[in-house]
Design a binder for this molecule. Structure first.
Ligand code: CUA
Length: 315
C-alpha cells in the first residue's frame, strides 16, 4: 500500500504525459464516443418503440421502409463505423514509435525481478529508475536476461515486451516533468507483482546534471563505519553479484549498486530506501520478496550495519 501512496493514485493511461500515451488516449476517447453514440441511438429506439407501440395494424409483410431501415441501420452504418475505427487504429499504430533524430538511447534489461537501466556509451548503469529529460525523444531498447517481461508506464506509453534473444524498441517523448510509475505487465514468475520501477522525468538541464554526476559517482566511504562496510561488502558474497564502479565489486547477477544511496526505493519498488529497510533486505531478502535470488546474509549484524552505512553513502 505504501507504494501506491508514495506515487499518488494508480497511474492511468487516460492521464497521458507522454507522446505515445497521448495518441493511445485519443484513440480510446474517439472509440468511447462512438460507442456511447451507438448505445444512445439503439437504446433510444428501443425505448421509443416500447413506449409508443404500433401506430396502426400491420399490413401484409414488411414494408419497403422496414427494408431500408435494416439495410442502412443494420449493415451500412455499422460497416462504416468499423472501417473508420480500423483506419484510426492502423493510422495511429503506424505513427507510433517512428524513429526520430537526436533520440536519447536507453537500454533496459529485464531480470527476475528487477530492471537494469543503462545509458549506452555514457558509462552509466543503474536499476529500477529511468531518469529522462522532458521533451527529448527517447529510444528505449528492451532486452531480457531470462524470461519474457513487459515494460509498461501507463501514463507514458503502451506496453512493450522484453523477449530473450530479441531487441525490442520503444520510442516516445515525455511531455511533462514528474515521477511515473512503471510495472512489469507480463507474468514472469513468483515475484512478477514486485517488479516495479519509476521514470523520473526532469528538465533537459537537470538531466544533464544528473548524467554528469552519475558518471562520476564518488564511491569513497565518508565515515569509519562506511569504510568498514566497503571492506565487508567487497570481501563477502555481495561483490560476487553486485557491481560498485571504482571498487573490486564487479558482479553482474544483481543490480549495479554504484548509486544505490540515491534511489528512492529498493527491491524494485518493494521498500523505501531507509537504513532499517536496507538492513531488513540484506538480512533476509526473501522476507520481502519470497522468490528473490539474493540469499540471506551470513555475516555478523555489525557487518550488516556497516554495509548499510556504506550503501547509503553511494550517491
Ligand atoms: Cu517481469 Cu512480470
Amino acid at each position: 500500500m505504501d507504494r501506491l501512496r508514495l506515487l499518488g493514485d494508480s497511474p492511468s493511461p487516460l492521464h497521458p504525459a507522454g507522446s505515445e500515451a497521448h495518441q493511445l488516449a485519443n484513440v480510446w476517447w474517439i472509440m468511447f464516443g462512438i460507442a456511447v453514440a451507438v448505445y444512445l441511438v439503439v437504446g433510444g429506439l428501443i425505448v421509443i418503440s416500447s413506449v409508443r407501440g404500433r401506430r396502426r395494424e400491420p399490413i401484409e409483410g414488411p414494408s419497403r421502409h422496414d427494408d431500408y431501415f435494416i439495410w442502412i441501420g443494420g449493415l451500412l452504418v455499422p460497416a462504416l463505423i468499423l472501417i473508420f475505427v480500423a483506419f484510426l487504429t492502423v493510422h495511429t499504430g503506424a505513427a507510433l514509435r517512428a524513429p526520430s533524430k537526436n533520440a536519447l538511447a536507453v537500454r533496459v534489461v529485464g531480470h527476475e525481478w528487477w530492471w537494469e537501466v543503462e545509458y549506452p556509451g555514457r558509462n552509466v548503469v543503474t536499476a529500477n529508475e529511468l531518469h529522462v529529460p522532458v521533451g527529448q525523444p527517447l529510444e528505449i531498447t528492451l532486452d531480457s536476461a531470462d524470461v519474457v517481461h513487459s515494460f509498461w508506464v501507463p501514463e507514458l506509453a503502451g506496453k512493450e515486451d522484453l523477449i530473450p534473444g530479441q531487441h525490442n524498441v520503444l520510442r516516445f517523448t515525455v511531455r511533462r516533468a514528474g515521477v511515473f510509475r512503471g510495472v512489469c505487465a507480463e507474468f514472469c514468475g513468483l515475484e512478477h507483482a514486485k517488479m516495479g520501477f519509476r521514470v523520473i522525468a526532469v528538465s533537459p538541464g537537470d538531466f544533464a546534471i544528473w548524467l554528469a554526476h552519475e558518471q562520476h559517482v564518488t564511491t569513497v566511504p565518508d565515515s569509519e563505519l562506511a569504510a568498514r562496510g566497503e571492506l565487508a561488502f567487497t570481501s563477502n558474497d555481495c561483490a560476487g553479484c553486485h557491481t560498485v564502479r571504482g571498487t573490486t565489486a564487479d558482479g553482474s547477477l544483481g543490480p549495479d549498486l554504484t548509486d544505490v544511496g540515491s534511489r528512492a526505493r529498493i527491491g524494485a519498488e518493494s521498500l523505501d530506501n531507509t537504513a532499517s529497510n536496507l538492513r531488513r533486505w540484506i538480512e533476509n531478502p526473501g522476507d520481502v520478496k519470497s522468490g528473490v535470488k539474493m540469499p540471506p546474509a551470513t555475516i555478523s549484524s555489525d557487518d550488516v550495519r556497516a554495509i548499510v552505512a556504506y550503501l547509503q553513502g553511494l550517491k
